[in-house]
Ligand binder design. Structure first.
Ligand SMILES: [Zn+2]
Ligand SMILES: [Zn+2]
Ligand SMILES: [Zn+2]
Ligand SMILES: [Zn+2]
Length: 308
Protein backbone atom coordinates (compact mmCIF):
# COMPACT_ATOMS: atom_id res chain seq x y z
CA UNK A 1 0.00 0.00 0.00
CA UNK A 2 1.77 3.15 -1.17
CA UNK A 3 1.30 6.21 1.00
CA UNK A 4 -0.74 8.73 -0.93
CA UNK A 5 -3.85 10.81 -0.73
CA UNK A 6 -5.84 7.88 0.51
CA UNK A 7 -3.30 6.88 3.07
CA UNK A 8 -5.38 8.18 5.89
CA UNK A 9 -8.38 6.15 4.94
CA UNK A 10 -6.47 3.07 3.95
CA UNK A 11 -4.47 2.92 7.09
CA UNK A 12 -7.36 3.48 9.42
CA UNK A 13 -7.96 -0.24 10.05
CA UNK A 14 -4.33 -0.65 11.00
CA UNK A 15 -4.40 2.36 13.22
CA UNK A 16 -7.23 0.83 15.15
CA UNK A 17 -4.76 -1.64 16.53
CA UNK A 18 -1.55 0.29 16.35
CA UNK A 19 -1.92 2.31 19.46
CA UNK A 20 1.44 3.84 20.19
CA UNK A 21 2.19 2.07 23.40
CA UNK A 22 0.25 -1.09 22.68
CA UNK A 23 3.39 -2.82 21.52
CA UNK A 24 4.51 -3.30 25.11
CA UNK A 25 1.27 -4.87 26.29
CA UNK A 26 1.18 -6.98 23.19
CA UNK A 27 4.52 -8.60 23.91
CA UNK A 28 3.59 -9.23 27.51
CA UNK A 29 0.32 -10.77 26.50
CA UNK A 30 2.15 -13.27 24.34
CA UNK A 31 4.04 -14.71 27.29
CA UNK A 32 2.51 -15.81 30.56
CA UNK A 33 0.24 -12.86 31.22
CA UNK A 34 -3.25 -13.88 32.30
CA UNK A 35 -4.53 -11.43 29.73
CA UNK A 36 -3.49 -13.83 27.04
CA UNK A 37 -6.50 -16.08 27.08
CA UNK A 38 -9.35 -13.67 27.46
CA UNK A 39 -7.82 -10.96 25.32
CA UNK A 40 -5.87 -12.52 22.54
CA UNK A 41 -6.81 -9.45 20.53
CA UNK A 42 -5.19 -7.12 23.01
CA UNK A 43 -2.60 -5.62 20.71
CA UNK A 44 -4.28 -7.26 17.85
CA UNK A 45 -3.56 -9.12 14.68
CA UNK A 46 -2.78 -5.86 12.94
CA UNK A 47 -0.15 -5.10 15.53
CA UNK A 48 2.66 -6.23 13.26
CA UNK A 49 1.67 -3.54 10.77
CA UNK A 50 1.91 -0.80 13.32
CA UNK A 51 5.21 0.56 12.04
CA UNK A 52 4.01 2.17 8.89
CA UNK A 53 2.09 4.96 7.21
CA UNK A 54 0.21 7.56 9.12
CA UNK A 55 1.08 6.03 12.42
CA UNK A 56 4.76 6.48 11.69
CA UNK A 57 4.19 10.11 10.79
CA UNK A 58 2.38 10.76 14.05
CA UNK A 59 4.93 9.09 16.25
CA UNK A 60 7.11 11.65 17.96
CA UNK A 61 10.69 10.90 16.83
CA UNK A 62 11.93 11.73 20.30
CA UNK A 63 9.54 10.12 22.85
CA UNK A 64 7.75 7.74 20.42
CA UNK A 65 4.35 8.76 21.75
CA UNK A 66 1.44 9.65 19.51
CA UNK A 67 1.62 13.35 18.65
CA UNK A 68 -1.45 15.53 18.90
CA UNK A 69 -1.77 19.30 18.35
CA UNK A 70 0.24 21.42 18.76
CA UNK A 71 2.83 19.58 16.69
CA UNK A 72 6.08 21.41 15.95
CA UNK A 73 8.70 21.17 13.25
CA UNK A 74 12.21 22.53 12.84
CA UNK A 75 13.31 24.62 9.78
CA UNK A 76 14.47 21.35 8.22
CA UNK A 77 11.06 19.74 8.62
CA UNK A 78 11.69 17.37 11.54
CA UNK A 79 8.59 17.02 13.67
CA UNK A 80 8.32 16.97 17.44
CA UNK A 81 5.56 16.77 20.06
CA UNK A 82 4.91 19.68 22.38
CA UNK A 83 6.14 17.83 25.47
CA UNK A 84 9.44 17.09 23.82
CA UNK A 85 9.79 20.64 22.50
CA UNK A 86 9.94 21.90 26.09
CA UNK A 87 12.16 19.07 27.17
CA UNK A 88 14.82 19.63 24.47
CA UNK A 89 14.88 23.40 25.10
CA UNK A 90 13.69 24.19 21.56
CA UNK A 91 16.60 22.50 19.84
CA UNK A 92 15.70 19.87 17.24
CA UNK A 93 16.87 16.48 18.57
CA UNK A 94 17.40 15.26 14.99
CA UNK A 95 19.46 18.09 13.40
CA UNK A 96 20.16 20.32 16.43
CA UNK A 97 18.82 23.43 14.71
CA UNK A 98 16.87 25.95 16.75
CA UNK A 99 13.23 24.84 16.63
CA UNK A 100 11.51 28.19 16.85
CA UNK A 101 7.74 28.04 16.99
CA UNK A 102 6.92 26.53 13.63
CA UNK A 103 3.79 24.41 13.79
CA UNK A 104 3.18 21.52 11.44
CA UNK A 105 -0.44 22.27 10.56
CA UNK A 106 -0.79 19.55 7.96
CA UNK A 107 0.17 16.88 10.46
CA UNK A 108 -2.06 18.47 13.09
CA UNK A 109 -4.97 18.12 10.67
CA UNK A 110 -4.12 14.47 10.11
CA UNK A 111 -3.96 13.89 13.86
CA UNK A 112 -7.32 15.59 14.37
CA UNK A 113 -8.99 13.60 11.62
CA UNK A 114 -8.04 10.23 13.07
CA UNK A 115 -10.58 8.28 15.00
CA UNK A 116 -9.08 5.63 17.19
CA UNK A 117 -10.73 2.96 19.29
CA UNK A 118 -9.94 2.69 22.97
CA UNK A 119 -6.94 0.46 23.60
CA UNK A 120 -9.19 -1.74 25.75
CA UNK A 121 -11.47 -2.51 22.82
CA UNK A 122 -10.78 -6.22 23.16
CA UNK A 123 -11.83 -6.00 26.82
CA UNK A 124 -15.22 -4.59 25.88
CA UNK A 125 -14.85 -0.83 25.31
CA UNK A 126 -16.36 0.14 21.98
CA UNK A 127 -15.82 3.88 22.18
CA UNK A 128 -14.05 5.70 19.36
CA UNK A 129 -12.02 8.83 20.00
CA UNK A 130 -10.08 11.60 18.40
CA UNK A 131 -6.53 10.96 19.52
CA UNK A 132 -6.31 13.52 22.30
CA UNK A 133 -9.57 12.47 23.97
CA UNK A 134 -8.43 8.89 23.62
CA UNK A 135 -5.36 9.65 25.71
CA UNK A 136 -7.57 11.25 28.32
CA UNK A 137 -10.12 8.45 28.28
CA UNK A 138 -7.87 5.42 28.61
CA UNK A 139 -6.56 5.92 32.15
CA UNK A 140 -10.21 6.06 33.28
CA UNK A 141 -11.73 3.53 30.91
CA UNK A 142 -13.98 1.26 32.93
CA UNK A 143 -12.80 -1.71 30.86
CA UNK A 144 -9.16 -1.24 31.77
CA UNK A 145 -7.73 -4.23 33.61
CA UNK A 146 -7.69 -4.32 37.41
CA UNK A 147 -4.61 -4.81 39.56
CA UNK A 148 -4.41 -7.94 41.68
CA UNK A 149 -6.11 -7.11 45.01
CA UNK A 150 -3.80 -9.32 47.04
CA UNK A 151 -2.03 -7.08 49.51
CA UNK A 152 0.61 -9.20 51.20
CA UNK A 153 3.13 -9.11 48.39
CA UNK A 154 3.96 -6.88 45.50
CA UNK A 155 1.96 -8.61 42.79
CA UNK A 156 1.97 -7.10 39.33
CA UNK A 157 -0.70 -9.30 37.78
CA UNK A 158 -3.49 -7.42 36.02
CA UNK A 159 -6.65 -8.61 34.32
CA UNK A 160 -10.41 -8.67 34.30
CA UNK A 161 -12.35 -9.99 37.30
CA UNK A 162 -12.66 -13.66 36.22
CA UNK A 163 -8.92 -13.71 35.51
CA UNK A 164 -8.11 -12.23 38.90
CA UNK A 165 -10.47 -14.59 40.76
CA UNK A 166 -8.66 -17.61 39.24
CA UNK A 167 -5.32 -15.97 39.92
CA UNK A 168 -6.15 -15.39 43.62
CA UNK A 169 -7.29 -18.98 43.96
CA UNK A 170 -4.44 -20.64 42.06
CA UNK A 171 -1.45 -18.41 42.75
CA UNK A 172 -2.19 -16.86 46.16
CA UNK A 173 -4.11 -19.89 47.51
CA UNK A 174 -6.86 -17.59 48.74
CA UNK A 175 -9.92 -19.14 50.41
CA UNK A 176 -13.07 -18.92 48.30
CA UNK A 177 -16.54 -18.86 49.81
CA UNK A 178 -20.02 -18.74 48.38
CA UNK A 179 -22.73 -16.76 50.14
CA UNK A 180 -23.35 -13.36 51.64
CA UNK A 181 -22.79 -14.16 55.32
CA UNK A 182 -19.57 -15.25 56.94
CA UNK A 183 -18.17 -16.38 60.22
CA UNK A 184 -14.42 -16.27 60.27
CA UNK A 185 -11.81 -17.15 62.84
CA UNK A 186 -8.44 -15.45 62.89
CA UNK A 187 -5.89 -17.15 65.10
CA UNK A 188 -2.36 -15.98 65.64
CA UNK A 189 0.02 -17.49 68.15
CA UNK A 190 2.18 -14.43 68.67
CA UNK A 191 -0.07 -11.39 68.76
CA UNK A 192 2.79 -9.09 69.74
CA UNK A 193 4.39 -9.40 66.36
CA UNK A 194 2.46 -6.75 64.55
CA UNK A 195 5.11 -5.92 61.98
CA UNK A 196 5.36 -9.40 60.55
CA UNK A 197 1.68 -10.16 60.73
CA UNK A 198 0.35 -12.23 57.89
CA UNK A 199 -2.08 -10.60 55.55
CA UNK A 200 -5.21 -12.61 55.18
CA UNK A 201 -7.62 -12.48 52.32
CA UNK A 202 -10.83 -14.35 51.71
CA UNK A 203 -12.94 -14.03 48.58
CA UNK A 204 -16.75 -14.18 48.76
CA UNK A 205 -18.97 -14.89 45.85
CA UNK A 206 -22.50 -13.54 46.22
CA UNK A 207 -25.02 -11.59 44.13
CA UNK A 208 -23.01 -12.84 41.15
CA UNK A 209 -20.08 -10.65 42.25
CA UNK A 210 -16.84 -11.14 44.15
CA UNK A 211 -15.77 -9.43 47.35
CA UNK A 212 -12.41 -9.47 49.12
CA UNK A 213 -12.37 -9.60 52.91
CA UNK A 214 -9.04 -8.35 54.21
CA UNK A 215 -7.74 -8.89 57.69
CA UNK A 216 -4.44 -7.46 58.78
CA UNK A 217 -2.35 -6.05 61.55
CA UNK A 218 -0.42 -2.80 61.46
CA UNK A 219 0.42 0.23 63.57
CA UNK A 220 -1.47 3.51 63.69
CA UNK A 221 1.21 5.77 65.08
CA UNK A 222 2.58 3.58 67.84
CA UNK A 223 -0.70 1.78 68.53
CA UNK A 224 -0.93 -1.75 67.14
CA UNK A 225 -4.31 -2.47 65.61
CA UNK A 226 -6.10 -5.14 63.65
CA UNK A 227 -8.33 -4.19 60.82
CA UNK A 228 -10.91 -5.98 58.71
CA UNK A 229 -12.52 -4.50 55.63
CA UNK A 230 -14.27 -5.51 52.46
CA UNK A 231 -13.40 -4.57 48.89
CA UNK A 232 -15.54 -5.01 45.82
CA UNK A 233 -14.12 -6.68 42.73
CA UNK A 234 -15.52 -4.24 40.20
CA UNK A 235 -15.90 -0.54 39.63
CA UNK A 236 -16.72 2.07 42.22
CA UNK A 237 -20.17 2.97 40.89
CA UNK A 238 -21.26 -0.62 41.36
CA UNK A 239 -19.48 -1.02 44.71
CA UNK A 240 -21.71 1.73 46.11
CA UNK A 241 -24.77 -0.44 45.61
CA UNK A 242 -23.58 -2.83 48.31
CA UNK A 243 -23.23 -2.57 52.07
CA UNK A 244 -21.61 -4.84 54.59
CA UNK A 245 -21.34 -5.28 58.31
CA UNK A 246 -18.63 -6.81 60.45
CA UNK A 247 -18.92 -7.80 64.05
CA UNK A 248 -16.37 -8.98 66.58
CA UNK A 249 -16.74 -9.58 70.29
CA UNK A 250 -16.58 -11.78 73.36
CA UNK A 251 -17.04 -11.52 77.09
CA UNK A 252 -20.13 -9.38 76.78
CA UNK A 253 -18.42 -6.77 74.56
CA UNK A 254 -19.01 -6.20 70.93
CA UNK A 255 -17.71 -3.99 68.12
CA UNK A 256 -19.86 -3.53 65.03
CA UNK A 257 -18.87 -1.90 61.78
CA UNK A 258 -21.11 -1.07 58.89
CA UNK A 259 -19.72 0.24 55.65
CA UNK A 260 -19.71 0.29 51.90
CA UNK A 261 -17.10 -1.85 50.17
CA UNK A 262 -14.53 0.09 48.20
CA UNK A 263 -13.67 -0.87 44.67
CA UNK A 264 -10.39 -2.71 44.18
CA UNK A 265 -9.55 0.21 41.86
CA UNK A 266 -8.93 2.06 45.09
CA UNK A 267 -5.57 1.07 46.47
CA UNK A 268 -5.41 -1.23 49.42
CA UNK A 269 -3.20 1.27 51.22
CA UNK A 270 -5.75 4.01 50.74
CA UNK A 271 -8.50 2.00 52.45
CA UNK A 272 -6.13 1.25 55.29
CA UNK A 273 -4.90 4.82 55.67
CA UNK A 274 -8.48 6.03 55.84
CA UNK A 275 -9.31 3.33 58.38
CA UNK A 276 -12.42 2.60 56.35
CA UNK A 277 -13.25 -0.67 58.08
CA UNK A 278 -13.49 -2.44 61.41
CA UNK A 279 -10.49 -1.31 63.48
CA UNK A 280 -9.74 -3.26 66.66
CA UNK A 281 -7.15 -1.98 69.12
CA UNK A 282 -4.80 -4.79 70.13
CA UNK A 283 -5.67 -4.63 73.83
CA UNK A 284 -9.32 -5.04 73.00
CA UNK A 285 -8.52 -7.74 70.47
CA UNK A 286 -6.68 -9.68 73.17
CA UNK A 287 -9.60 -9.16 75.54
CA UNK A 288 -11.88 -10.64 72.87
CA UNK A 289 -9.47 -13.53 72.48
CA UNK A 290 -9.52 -14.61 76.14
CA UNK A 291 -6.72 -16.81 77.43
CA UNK A 292 -4.56 -14.16 79.08
CA UNK A 293 -3.33 -12.38 75.98
CA UNK A 294 -1.08 -15.20 74.81
CA UNK A 295 -2.93 -15.80 71.60
CA UNK A 296 -5.01 -13.79 69.20
CA UNK A 297 -8.27 -15.58 68.55
CA UNK A 298 -10.89 -13.41 66.92
CA UNK A 299 -14.19 -14.49 65.52
CA UNK A 300 -15.50 -12.07 62.95
CA UNK A 301 -18.99 -12.43 61.60
CA UNK A 302 -20.35 -10.41 58.73
CA UNK A 303 -22.91 -9.94 56.06
CA UNK A 304 -23.04 -8.38 52.62
CA UNK A 305 -26.28 -7.03 51.19
CA UNK A 306 -27.47 -5.10 48.21
CA UNK A 307 -29.05 -1.68 48.65
CA UNK A 308 -32.23 -1.26 46.66
ZN1 LIG B 1 7.75 13.62 22.01
ZN1 LIG C 1 15.60 19.22 12.64
ZN1 LIG D 1 -12.20 2.58 26.83
ZN1 LIG E 1 -1.63 -11.48 42.59
Amino acid sequence: MAPGVNACKEFQPHLTMSDYDMSKSKHNAKSSSPLTKSNSDFGGKHGSNSKNGVHDLLECPSCKNLMYPPIYQCPNGHTLCSNCKTRVHSRCPTCHFDLGNIRCLALEKVAESLELPCRYQSLGCHDIFACYTKLKHEPNCRFRPYNCPYAGSECSVMGNIPTLVSHLKDDHKVDMHDGCTFNHRYVKSNPHEVENATWMLTVFNCFGRHFCLHFEAFQIGTAPVYMAFLRFMGDDDEAKRFSYSLEVGANGRRLIWQGIPRSIRDSHKNVRDNQDGLVIQRKLALCFSGGGGQELKLRITGRIWKEE
